[in-house]
Design a protein around this ligand. Sequence first.
Ligand code: SF4
Ligand code: SF4
Length: 215
Amino acid sequence: MIITQKKPIEELMAMIGDAKRIGIVGCSSCATACATGGEKEIKALKDYLEAHGKTVVVTGVAEYCCMNLGVRGTLKPFQNQNLDCVVGMSCGDGVQVIANNINVPVYPSNNTMFLGEAKKLGLFEEACHLCGNCVLGTTGGICPISRCAKSLVNGPCGGAKNGKCEVNPENDCAWVLIYNRLKGLNQLEKLSQTREDKGYQDVAYPRTVNIRGKK
Ligand code: SF4
Ligand code: SF4
C-alpha cells in the first residue's frame, strides 16, 4: 500500500489561501488505512476549515483515488459548484487523478511517503522502491533496494554491527536479513550470485505499463 502522512495543517492552509468554497475528496483504500483520508479525517478537516471561515461545499470518498473512472464518478457532485479549490486527502497519485478530473486548483493534504506494508495497525514499513526490475527471487524475498540504507544490490557494505545497519542502527541490516533468510531456505549460493547494478539512468520517467488487449 501507499503510505501517507498528514501535512502540517498550516501548510495546507497556506495552499488554500483565501479560497472560500472548498470540496474535499478522501480515499477509502490506502489513505483510510493510514488515517490520512478516510471519513473520520474528512470530517475533522471539514470542521477545522469551517471553524476558520471556510465553507466546505461538498465532500466525497473515492474507492481508490488512483483510479480515474471511480474518481470521475466521485467528483460528479463537485462539478458546477463554483468551488474555489478541492483538497485531495490521498496519495500524490490520487491528487493528480483528482486534478485531472476537475477544473479548479487541487491541493494535497498529505505527504506521500513510500510503498510499504502494514506490519500491524498504525505501523508501516517501507518495502519497495518500484525499481522496475525486481530481484526478490535472489534475495530471499527481502528487498535490498528499500531495506538497505545504501540500496546495495550486492551487499553487505561491511559496516553492520550486531546485525544492525551502520547508517541507522535502529534498523536491521538488510543483508544480514537476506543472509539469514537464504540460509534458512538452503539457498546460500544465491548470496554469491552477482546482481546487476540497477542502472537507474536507463529509467525514463514517467513510465507507463499498458496491458490493454493482452491476454
Ligand atoms: S527489487 Fe525491491 S524495489 Fe525493486 S521491484 Fe523488487 S521489491 Fe521493489
Ligand atoms: S549496514 Fe547493511 S543495511 Fe546498512 S548500508 Fe550496509 S549493507 Fe546496507
